[in-house]
Design a protein around this ligand. Structure first.
Ligand SMILES: Cc1cc2nc3c(=O)[nH]c(=O)nc-3n(C[C@H](O)[C@H](O)[C@H](O)COP(=O)(O)O)c2cc1C
Length: 324
């Protein structure tokens, strides 16, 4: 008979959960122990009102953190049963995890868990080596295992059409001073526990770039160091677009990212065409897909990079008050 999770189990699993990606590395999550269950919630104090007015990005990030949490608990032999948005009166609580029957982790859980520490956004140009069919298949399977779809955009004309939508969304966003101010506010040129370190920002964009790079103050490009001419671009999507669908998408995103890491692939995310409603619809139509695109990714082999900082675990925990 299993009772609840303990504070030490919570702490250990949250150390892995916070390695998840988040828009501008805001880390918009909180974790608590409640009636023996671990709960994941959006932190409303770490929102991005101009960039993410609907909270889509925060729910994607919390979904990704939830996926890491599931893996960490499974690998510790204490897997969880998950209920999404368990308290209708508290929509910010995105998930509740209670202990399932203890069992050994599966080989897939072990390899995805090992990838958590090695995953990071790689915004540098990739090498020209193509991504083999087996790895492409694994990425699609990763999305399907989490009830999402992953469309690999194949062929120069399809990639060009997507790139055009992405560039136009980028221009729309960059015309909004509040959006620009928020992006600049989260660039870090000094060591900090959150935000995007300028060193992780990728090279400065140039007019010949096919895909728009969000400007995070990256370095100037060495001559000839252009982006790969034929990037592998993938779009992750969900059948619906409720808050719950977005949490599901966050879990699938993290599963795809960890699967890519495990296959030795680098990934950078591009969400400008998701953030601009007209662009998102144009993207959906260009894919000929039902449902809603939730993230665009550029995938390839490249120079390994480095992990970005995270806030300490204690800063994101809400622990029960123990009576004196
Ligand atoms: C919802 C969401 C949207 C994102 N959009 C972009 C983007 O448009 N451009 C980009 O370079 N990175 C994007 N990222 C990646 C974050 O900037 C990145 O996860 C964060 O800075 C932490 O770094 P890490 O991924 O290396 O751990 C996005 C991440 C999430 C979760």
């Amino acid at each position: 008979m299993t009772t609840g999770y303990t504070v030490s189990q919570l702490r250990a699993a949250v150390a892995d959960a916070v390695r998840a990606p988040s828009l501008h590395n805001t880390q918009p999550w909180r974790f608590r122990l409640h009636d023996g269950g671990i709960e994941v919630a959006v932190d409303p104090l770490r929102g991005l009102p101009a960039t993410d007015p609907t909270g889509w990005g925060a729910r994607i990030a919390c979904g990704a953190a939830l996926f890491n949490l599931r893996l960490a608990l499974a690998v510790a032999g204490t897997p969880a049963t998950v209920r999404l948005r368990p308290h209708p009166a508290e929509p910010d609580v995105v998930a509740r995890l209670v202990p399932d029957v203890p069992r050994r982790p599966t080989p897939t859980e072990k390899s995805l868990y090992s990838a958590i520490a090695h995953r990071f956004s790689n915004r540098a140009p990739f090498w020209p080596d193509p991504v083999p069919a087996e790895a492409r298949w694994r990425l699609g399977e990763a999305a399907r295992a989490e009830q999402c779809w992953l469309e690999l955009v194949i062929g120069a004309s399809a990639v060009n059409a997507l790139a055009e939508v992405a560039r136009s969304a980028h221009r729309v966003l960059e015309r909004d001073p509040a959006y620009v101010a928020e992006r600049v506010e989260w660039i870090r040129s000094e060591p900090a526990p959150d935000g995007v370190p300028a060193a992780a920002g990728g090279p400065q964009s140039e007019p010949q770039d096919l895909l728009p790079q969000r400007g995070f103050g990256g370095r100037n490009r060495a001559p000839g160091r252009d982006f790969e001419p034929e990037p592998l671009v993938a779009v992750l999507g969900t059948p619906g677009n409720t808050g719950t669908d977005q949490v599901v998408a966050g879990q699938a995103l993290q599963r795809v990212l960890l699967t890519a890491t495990d296959a030795g692939l680098g990934v950078s995310m591009l969400s400008q065409p998701i953030e601009v409603p007209g662009a998102r619809e144009a993207l959906r139509m260009s894919l000929g897909r039902f449902g809603t695109p939730q993230m665009v990714m550029r995938i390839g082999y490249g120079q390994p990079g480095r992990a970005t900082p995270r806030r300490p675990v204690d800063e994101v925990l809400d622990l029960p008050v123990v009576p004196a």
